[in-house]
Structures are given as structure tokens and as C-alpha cells.
Design a protein around this ligand. Structure first.
Ligand code: FAD
Length: 317
């Protein structure tokens, strides 16, 4: 209780504080802990981790870390990282059927969405370049969900991208009050929706605040997506959500090729392998890059055990 009412909001606020960022990223012991959740700093590290996942029967979605870019040059540098990444991914084993084993995940705020003038148009142009390179490499693209102030803009960019690249997917967050409606709107033929609970600190006017409400919303949204005509991507580590997903799959008579599970790199690795052994598609989200701070803090905010693991790193050894 203390964790969700005190620690989680404090960690999520710290995730956006440049002052705390300087302190946390400056600590030598932090880097060791970060490596549990982040595959490394370079495209070579990301490709290496991805190859190992493919070898174990898992699929991967690779994310070049970065967000809240306020500088056009930095947004262009992010595009360049994705293009280099896609060149490395093109050398890994490709698609056998309709489901592509490799995907990249993008945050539009890293591509310029929040730039003061024409941010949305700039992010769209950057995402189009990445999608064209992904198409050539046989790799899917999914656009991540960020805080609620960006949701309308992100869905507009995704709609525009899908006009040229109909396989582009996006993410809906069950904690937002609007998401059940978005699931209904976006569960048509050809859609690819990743459903997650949501990782940002959101006000009560737009988001459920209590765990039970968020879980109930997740289940309603999952049911809609599973009964829909698209390709649901069930992104959660929660055993209750996973069990419910199998139930919805059975009642909607979904073929195993028409949905997938997704989990984060470094989290519930055994469970990831177990799901693959049940013949389900399991995609691991692989973040890499040196701007890991915001991502790392959101992982600490999710679970007391993650925070304890971090705090233990200050101990002897
Ligand atoms: P929680 O509610 O955090 O935990 C529920 C239960 O799951 C726990 O009680 C425990 O039993 C089990 N569990 C959770 N973590 C662990 C663990 N480390 N070890 C053992 N058991 C555990 N959020 C966004 O806002 N935007 C995005 O674009 C986005 N993309 C994502 C992509 C993927 C592939 C995934 C998996 C998550 C993504 N998220 C994203 C994060 C997501 O919103 C949640 O913050 C995060 O997944 C934690 O929620 P949960 O459903 O896993 O379960």
C-alpha cells in the first residue's frame, strides 16, 4: 500500500526530473542494475540480445531509448540510430509466415512530437522514414504510448502511417478512461494493438488510479480486442491477465497465429520461456541506448522488488 501510494508517485515524478536524473545516472552502482533491464548502449548490443531471443524461440521488439526530445538535431539522431539498427536486424533470421519475428518500437516524443512548431508533422516524417527502412528489412513497427497529453496526436500519426504501411501497430493503455472506446474503434481488420496497463503518472480525471480498476479495465479491453478482427498483443507480466487472455482466446476461437504475448527484457524470463513452450508467440521488448533514465525509473516504480534490487546494489559487493 505504502509502495503504491507513496513510492510509485515519487518515482514517477523523479522519472521526469533532470536534477534526480543527474544524480541517479552519475552513480557507478546504477549501471550494473540498469543492465538487467537494458540490453546495452549500441546497435551491436541490441542485435546481439535480439539474436539470443530468436534462438530461444522468442520474437523481439527493439526500442532505441529516448523521449521528450526538445531539439530537432536530437530527433534526427534518433532516426539515424533506428536506420542503423534496422540494417543490423535485416541480417537476422526473417519472417516465416505473416507474423514478423522482428519489430521496432518507437516513441514519437523521441522523434520530435513535442517540438514547439510542427512537432506532430516532424515526428510523422521521421516515423515514415523508419517505416520505409523497416519495410525493406522485413521488420514491423509499433508506436509506443506515452503520457495522456500525447494520445490524440499519437493516434493521428499512427493513422497517417498506416495509410502507407498498414502493418504499423500502436499501444493502448488500460489505465486511461478512454481506452475501452479506443479498443472498440481500433479492433478492425488488420489492426495491431499492444494492450498494456500504462506506465505514467496520470491524473484522476483521465485515468483509473486503483489497481483493481486498472485490472478490470485491462480485462474489458482485452475481451474487446480478442473478439475483434485485428492482432492483439497482450503486454503484461501479470499472471491473472495472462490466464484471462488464454480464456478469451478460447472463447473467441483465435488461432495461435492471431495474437501474441509481450514482456519486457529482463522481467519474468522463465515465464517468457514457458509461454513459448505452450506454442504461444512471445515477443520481448528490448530497450537499448544511453538514455535509459526515464525507462529505468518507470520499471522501479512498477514493483517493490525492482526497487529493492536497485537499493541492494548499494550494499557491499
Ligand atoms: P503489474 O500490475 O506491474 O504487476 C502485476 C503482477 O504481475 C504482479 O503482482 C506480479 O505477480 C507480476 N509481475 C509483474 N512484474 C513482475 C516481475 N518483475 N517479476 C515477477 N512477477 C511480476 N507502458 C506504456 O505506458 N506505454 C507503452 O508503450 C508500453 N509498452 C510496453 C511494452 C511491453 C512489451 C510491456 C510488457 C509493457 C509495456 N508498458 C508500456 C508498461 C506497462 O504499461 C506496465 O507498466 C508494465 O507492464 C507493468 O504492468 P504489468 O501488466 O506487467 O503488471
Amino acid at each position: 500500500m505504502m509502495f503504491s501510494t507513496v513510492m510509485r508517485p515519487a518515482l514517477l515524478a523523479a522519472a521526469r526530473s533532470p536534477r534526480v536524473e543527474r544524480t541517479v545516472t552519475g552513480m557507478a552502482s546504477t549501471r550494473k542494475v540498469v543492465r538487467r533491464f537494458v540490453a546495452g548502449e549500441s546497435e551491436a548490443h541490441a542485435a546481439h540480445a535480439t539474436a539470443a531471443l530468436l534462438e530461444s524461440g522468442r520474437y523481439a521488439s527493439i526500442d532505441y531509448l529516448g523521449e521528450d526530445t526538445t531539439d530537432l538535431e536530437q530527433a534526427r539522431a534518433t532516426v539515424a540510430h533506428y536506420l542503423t539498427l534496422l540494417e543490423s536486424l535485416a541480417e537476422l533470421p526473417g519472417a516465416a509466415g505473416e507474423v514478423r519475428p522482428l519489430e521496432v518500437s518507437l516513441k514519437l516524443s523521441a522523434l520530435g512530437q513535442s517540438l514547439p512548431r510542427d512537432g506532430q508533422a516532424i515526428a510523422l516524417e521521421h516515423a515514415q522514414k523508419i517505416c520505409a527502412a523497416a519495410a525493406a528489412a522485413g521488420v514491423w513497427v509499433t508506436v509506443d504510448a506515452e503520457d495522456h497529453t500525447t494520445t490524440d496526436s499519437t493516434l493521428a500519426v499512427v493513422r497517417a502511417l498506416r495509410a502507407d504501411f498498414p502493418w504499423v501497430g500502436t499501444v493502448l493503455q488500460a489505465y486511461l478512461l478512454r481506452t475501452e472506446g479506443d479498443c472498440r474503434d481500433l479492433s478492425g481488420p488488420g489492426s495491431r494493438i499492444r494492450l498494456c496497463k500504462g506506465a505514467y503518472r496520470e491524473p484522476a480525471g483521465v485515468a483509473y488510479q486503483h489497481r483493481d480498476e486498472i485490472d478490470a479495465s485491462y480485462l474489458r479491453c482485452l475481451d474487446i480486442l480478442m473478439r475483434g478482427q485485428g492482432y492483439p498483443m497482450v503486454a503484461t507480466h501479470d499472471p491473472l491477465m495472462l490466464e484471462a487472455a488464454f480464456g478469451y482466446v478460447r472463447s473467441a476461437r483465435r488461432d495461435p497465429d492471431r495474437f501474441e504475448f509481450q514482456m519486457l527484457y529482463g522481467i519474468r524470463d522463465e515465464e517468457q520461456r514457458r509461454l513459448v513452450a505452450t506454442c504461444a508467440h512471445l515477443r520481448t521488448y528490448v530497450p537499448y541506448g544511453d538514455q535509459w533514465y526515464g525507462y529505468f525509473m518507470r520499471r522501479l516504480a512498477e514493483r517493490p522488488a525492482n526497487l529493492a534490487f536497485f537499493l541492494r546494489s548499494f550494499g557491499p559487493g
